[in-house]
Design a protein around this ligand. Sequence first.
Ligand code: SF4
Ligand code: SF4
Length: 296
Amino acid sequence: MAVALIADIKRMTLHDGPGIRSTVFVKGCPLRCLWCHNPESISAKPQMLYHEKLCIKCGNCDSACRIGAVKNGIIDRALCVGCGRCTENCFRGALVLSGKTMTAQEVFESVLRDKCYYGTEGGVTVSGGEPLLYPDFTAELFAALRKEQIHTALDTCGEVPFERFETVLPYTDLVLYDLKGMDPARHKANTGKENTRILENLRELGHRNIPVEIRIPLIPGHNDFPEELRAMADFLKNIPSLVKIKLLAFHDMARNKYKEVGLTDTTPDVKPPDAAAMKHAASFFADLPQININQP
Ligand code: SF4
Ligand code: SF4
């Protein structure tokens, strides 16, 4: 039975595909986007989250850790193996383990509980991290959902071999595909990888007529330049199965998550774009189907 490392399952989500959905977040991502809003999903290993505001420095966690990797809530991340034992001693909920190995059947049973909320439009999205690091898990989950006539959406960064799409596509109703820029060098500076394979895979999805919703994060000073926006729009004109484009405004609500997971915030000076900037960016895509702005 296929398994995945699950960071979280969020219920009643409204921005991860059509309608009301449950979104399954897997852990592990091949990219390192400077602006990542889910830093707890980057690593493909279990990780401890530390909510400093909840901690009363009681020291209960210290004795639970057999290798001395935590002291008064402060985790030595070089030592910590993510076993989660210390969470059992923290009655304040200040320590939380992110990353639980679950079978596709377990996740299916969990999201099936919300079937009555999905209606005809909603359903289940697998996001991350990168779901196609777990193609067998995602395919098995989607196949089970299909039998229940529940809509399935795959939220991907595209930086994987196309064979992984082939495993999942027979059970996928919609692909939510991230497009972060066209200039290869800038893409590498922003995400850690060039975009060659991402663009090739997107072209192939178009060629196979797979319904695709494009999601473009708009990050001031990183990918909001006119030449980038124009090049993205030109590229998308050649994707015949494009159903929607969503422009996602950078927001700074994830800053605290970096601290919780013990990472350094990589865009401390970036400010969210205002409504005028979003509208201007959207104007580059005016000739394409359904351009949509998402601004918290
Ligand atoms: S047990 Fe919880 S509240 Fe107490 S020190 Fe550890 S993290 Fe803080
Ligand atoms: S997760 Fe395990 S290894 Fe890490 S601090 Fe807690 S008890 Fe120690």
